[in-house]
Design a protein around this ligand. Structure first.
Ligand SMILES: [Zn+2]
Length: 44
């Protein structure tokens, strides 16, 4: 396999970038539902 992987951590949530929350444009933040605020990908 010659797939170029740029991500070092596969367990990091791709939606929030590992922060566990979204940065809202209007200000403030909202908990990432994808990882539940853990900042890590949900395995299964
Ligand atoms: Zn997340």
């Amino acid at each position: 396999m010659t797939t170029a992987t740029t991500l070092e951590r596969e367990d990091t949530c791709l939606y929030c970038g590992g922060d566990g929350y979204y940065q809202l444009l209007l200000g403030g933040s909202e908990t990432c539902e994808s990882c539940g605020g853990t900042g890590k990908q949900n395995a299964g």
